[in-house]
Design a protein around this ligand. Structure first.
Ligand code: CU
Length: 386
C-alpha cells in the first residue's frame, strides 16, 4: 500500500544525527470502504525477557508509548477495527508484541466515571473485531482521540522501526436505517479515576463491590470482564432487590490462575438487559485465593460492555473543571513520559488508570470466533497486561 511505503521511507530515513525519529501518527480515510487507517510509529523495541505473569506489566515491564493524538474525521458510527504490525523492513511483527493498545475519546465522558471515554482497546490478539451494522458508537468529525500502546517485545531480537496500522471501520451517516447508538460502559469494583484499580487479594474467598446509579437508562447489549489470577467472577446486581442481573465467570487452571473470563450477549436485536436511571446497581468482583497468602495489589475486577442509552441527550457531559476529570487527563498525559525505561515509577503509577473498554479484541485466551464477532468483546477493564 502506498501509505505504508511512504511511512516506511520516512522511518528508514531516520534523523540526520542518527537518533531514531520520534513516533508520529498519520490518519488516512478510505471513504468507499468506510475505513480509517491510523498509522503510528516508528517504534524501536529492544528485546525483553518474557513476563511470568501479567502482573509484571504493572511493574513497568513494558514500553508504554506517550499518547498520540488525532481528530476523528468523519460523521458516522465506529463499528470495529483490526491491527497490523510491521517492522522497519516491512516484515510482519508477531501480534503479541503489542501487549495492549487503548483509544481514548477526549470528546465524550464515560457513563459512570468523570473520565474520558475509552473508545476501544485491544490486547495481544489482533483478529478483526466488529459489531453488526445495526449498531455503532456515534462519532462526529473533530472528536479528539488519543491512542497509546504498551509494547512487550519478547521475540528474542530487537525490533526497529515498528509501525502499527490500526484500521477503524465506520458506518456512514447516510446508512438507512441508521445504526442504534451503542456506547462503551465500564464498571470497575475498585477504580480511583486517574489512579489505581488494583487491590489486595486475601487468602480464601473475598469480594469487593462498587455501587453506582446511571443518569440515563438504557440496555446492555453484551458484557465481558477482566480479572487477574484467582479471580472467580464479576457480577452486576440490583442493590434494592439483591437480584443478580448478569455475571461473567473466570475460567481457571488447576492452580486457580486465570485462563479467561467469559462473555455474555443479550442479543443485538433484542431488548438487551435493561438498566434504569437513578436506580442503585452494584458491580461485585469475587476472588478465591488458594495460596494461603495475601497477594498485594494482585486483583482487578471489572465488567465492560456496550450500552444503548434511552436518550443520548442525557449522556453526562464533560466537566473540564472537575478535579476527578482533570486527574484522568493528567494520568494520560504522563503516560509513557519515560517510555522505554523498564521499571520506572511513572509506568506503574499510570497503570491503573481508567481502563479501556468499548470494543475490545480479546481477553486472555478468548476463543476466537466464540461470538462470531457479533458484539463487543469487552476485555480488560483497564489498560494493563493480561
Ligand atoms: Cu488487570
Amino acid at each position: 500500500m502506498m501509505l505504508r511505503s511512504w511511512l516506511l521511507s520516512l522511518s528508514l530515513a531516520g534523523n540526520w544525527d542518527g537518533t531514531p525519529p520520534a513516533p508520529t501518527v498519520h490518519v488516512s480515510i478510505d471513504s468507499s470502504r468506510h475505513e480509517l487507517t491510523v498509522t503510528s510509529g516508528p517504534y524501536n523495541l529492544p528485546n525483553m525477557p518474557p513476563m511470568e505473569d501479567h502482573a509484571m506489566m504493572d511493574l513497568g515491564m513494558s514500553h508504554d508509548t506517550p499518547l498520540q493524538r488525532f481528530a476523528w474525521p468523519v460523521e458516522g458510527w465506529f463499528r470495529g477495527f483490526r491491527v497490523e504490525l510491521v517492522d522497519g523492513q516491512g516484515r510482519p511483527v508477531p501480534p503479541h508484541v503489542m501487549h495492549h493498545m487503548v483509544m481514548v475519546n477526549f470528546s465524550r465522558r464515560q457513563l459512570l466515571y468523570s473520565a474520558a471515554e475509552r473508545l476501544m482497546g485491544t490486547g495481544t490478539e489482533t483478529e478483526e473485531v466488529s459489531v453488526p451494522k445495526t449498531i455503532g458508537v456515534p462519532m462526529k468529525p473533530g472528536m479528539q482521540l488519543g491512542m497509546y500502546v504498551a509494547w512487550h517485545n519478547d521475540t528474542g531480537r530487537d525490533l526497529d522501526g515498528v509501525h502499527l496500522k490500526l484500521v477503524m471501520l465506520w458506518t456512514p451517516k447516510n446508512q438507512n436505517p441508521q445504526p442504534v447508538n451503542a456506547l462503551p460502559i465500564y464498571m470497575d469494583v475498585n477504580l480511583t479515576v486517574g489512579g489505581q484499580n488494583t487491590y489486595d487479594v486475601p487468602p480464601g474467598k473475598s469480594t469487593r463491590a462498587y455501587e453506582f446509579t446511571l443518569p440515563v437508562g438504557g440496555r446492555l447489549l453484551g458484557v465481558g470482564g477482566h480479572m487477574h489470577d484467582y479471580g472467580t467472577r464479576v457480577w452486576l446486581e440490583d442493590v434494592q432487590s439483591g437480584k443478580v442481573l448478569t455475571q461473567v465467570t473466570a475460567e481457571r487452571d488447576a492452580e486457580g490462575k486465570l485462563v479467561k473470563v467469559s462473555r455474555k450477549l443479550f442479543g443485538v436485536s433484542g431488548d438487551g438487559l435493561r438498566l434504569k436511571p437513578n436506580r442503585r446497581y452494584r458491580v461485585v468482583g469475587e476472588y478465591d485465593n488458594p495460596t494461603g497468602e495475601m497477594r498485594p495489589m494482585g486483583a482487578m475486577a471489572s465488567m465492560v460492555g456496550l450500552f444503548v442509552p434511552d436518550d443520548m441527550r442525557r449522556w453526562p457531559s464533560i466537566d473540564p473543571r472537575d478535579p476527578i476529570y482533570r486527574r484522568d487527563l493528567a494520568s494520560l498525559e504522563v503516560r509513557g513520559a519515560s517510555s522505554s525505561m523498564s521499571g520506572n515509577a511513572q509506568g506503574s503509577d499510570a497503570e491503573g488508570g481508567p481502563p479501556s473498554h468499548g470494543l475490545h479484541s480479546s481477553e486472555a485466551g478468548d476463543a476466537p470466533g466464540e461470538e462470531d464477532g457479533s458484539v463487543s468483546q469487552p476485555h480488560s477493564g483497564h489498560d494493563s497486561h493480561e
